[in-house]
Design a protein around this ligand. Structure first.
Ligand code: PLP
Length: 419
């Protein structure tokens, strides 16, 4: 028999194994100052492209004021209890009603975190007779929800409707035997590559197959559609999304999430989602803060227009400079470069230290080996100067990458690390 802890003394996990070289810089960076287009990192001001504060609401004066006043009035504990026990207030219900109306659904229910929410929505909707079919690039919260499922589950190739169709045929054969139903799960916007889920095409398949559709619209909510109601509104299929999910962690610049759909569905989820039945409800400042954010998001559609103006200019600037942005059709701006992990690390360090540009970095296994993805998240607060400086900086680091400067520095860096 072994000590259970032996495992992690030998293997700290795919990210944890890099902690010694990465922590505090590539992972767990500490930003200082108000959440904005430029923030302080390691004592230096940098153009910050790594926070999903799409509409700039995180530092909006009315948001700050509401959050502060609400915290002063209620503290951070009230109402203190699970919704079904002692955690219910009229404000929670008001927020749900306003969210439902905004995303054009009958009813909505709050979730404490999007992650737990997704896990619990999926868990409560299926039993062992049902079949789940979900996109292979799904967010961890969807994957983890599917992991709890005791029946069959199939993945379809990322955003590939033919692959979905094939898997729906398999799923139908299974469900016909078990007497269960089918749940299809995709995202409104895929957060890494910035592609919209092919909701229109997926909805078309409802004519051929019997399934219910769950859409995680974390990145679409507030950024897409005429009113900001998300990817379904953008693609004209909001009514065909049976279970609509979004988090407050992006456009709403907060904490919490919600699920929306027909009344009976929400009533069922309210009594059966274990993450809500067995956990405390959102504290009042989160709820009042979310009401204020929703009001601003609804009233000030110019924030979304500004976001898109920034994103379009950024993407044009980078494309004109010859960068590969893959197939993004949202504001999320991925820049694909070729290189190995040590090269990526020294390049990103240079980008931050010399050029004062902060982006997230994504490497294998999230994307294929030999690729580096620098992901830029534009917000309504970024300026043309931010864009111009960033495009210039990207051109400079690409030149060094292609001439082998980072390869050499990366090898030296790894040698030092091994010593
Ligand atoms: C697509 C997607 N779904 C779910 C979540 C989880 O949401 P939360 O941060 O509210 O737990 C995230 C990240 O925030 C996300 O990007």
């Amino acid at each position: 028999m072994k000590d259970l802890f032996n495992k992690f003394r030998q293997d700290k996990g795919p990210l944890g194994n890099y902690a010694d070289v990465a922590e505090g810089y590539f992972v767990f960076p500490k930003f200082e100052g108000p959440i904005s287009n430029r923030m302080i990192f390691n004592g230096k001001e940098m153009i910050t492209w790594s926070i999903n504060n799409y509409l700039g609401l995180a530092s909006h004066p009315e948001v700050i004021k509401t959050d502060a006043e609400s915290a002063a009035k209620w503290g951070m504990a009230y109402p203190m209890g699970a919704r079904a026990m002692s955690g219910q207030t009229e404000k929670h219900e008001q927020l749900e009603n306003e969210l439902a109306e905004f995303v054009q659904k009958e009813s909505a229910y709050l979730l404490n975190f999007g992650y737990q929410g997704n896990v619990s929505i999926i868990d409560s909707l299926v039993n062992k007779h049902d079949v789940i079919v979900y996109d292979s690039d799904s967010h961890a919260s969807i994957i983890d929800g599917c992991r709890l499922h005791q029946g069959k589950r199939f993945t379809f190739q990322h955003n590939d409707v033919n692959s979905l169709e094939k898997n729906l045929e398999r799923a139908t054969a299974v469900a016909d035997k078990t007497g269960g139903g089918i749940l299809v799960i995709t995202e409104g916007v895929f957060g890494m590559r910035g592609e919209q889920g092919k909701l229109k095409e997926i909805v078309e398949l409802k004519k051929k197959f019997n399934f219910r559709l769950l859409v995680d619209d974390a990145h679409g909510f507030g950024t897409l559609g005429k009113t900001g109601a998300g990817a379904g509104e953008e693609q004209g299929v909001q009514d065909d999304i049976d279970i609509y999910f979004a988090t407050f962690a992006k456009s709403m610049a907060g904490i919490g999430a919600f699920v929306a759909g027909e009344k009976d569905l929400i009533q069922y989820l309210k009594y059966n989602m274990r993450s809500q039945v067995f956990a405390k409800s959102l504290p009042m400042p989160m709820v009042e803060g979310a009401l204020k954010r929703l009001e601003l998001l609804r009233k000030n559609t110019e924030l979304k227009d500004k976001l898109w103006k920034v994103a379009t200019a950024l993407q044009k600037g980078l494309r004109d400079a010859g960068f590969d942005l893959g197939s993004t059709n949202t504001v999320i701006t991925p820049v694909y470069l070729k290189g190995d992990v040590p090269e990526a690390m020294v390049m990103v360090k240079d980008l931050r230290e010399k050029y004062k540009v902060f982006t997230s970095i994504v490497i294998y296994p999230v994307i294929p080996k030999g690729m580096i993805l620098l992901r830029l998240i534009p917000t309504a607060l970024h300026t043309q100067d931010d864009i111009d400086e960033t495009v210039k900086a990207f051109s400079a680091i690409r030149e060094k990458l292609e001439s082998g400067v980072y390869k050499r520095l990366g090898e030296e860096f790894m040698k030092r690390m091994r010593k």
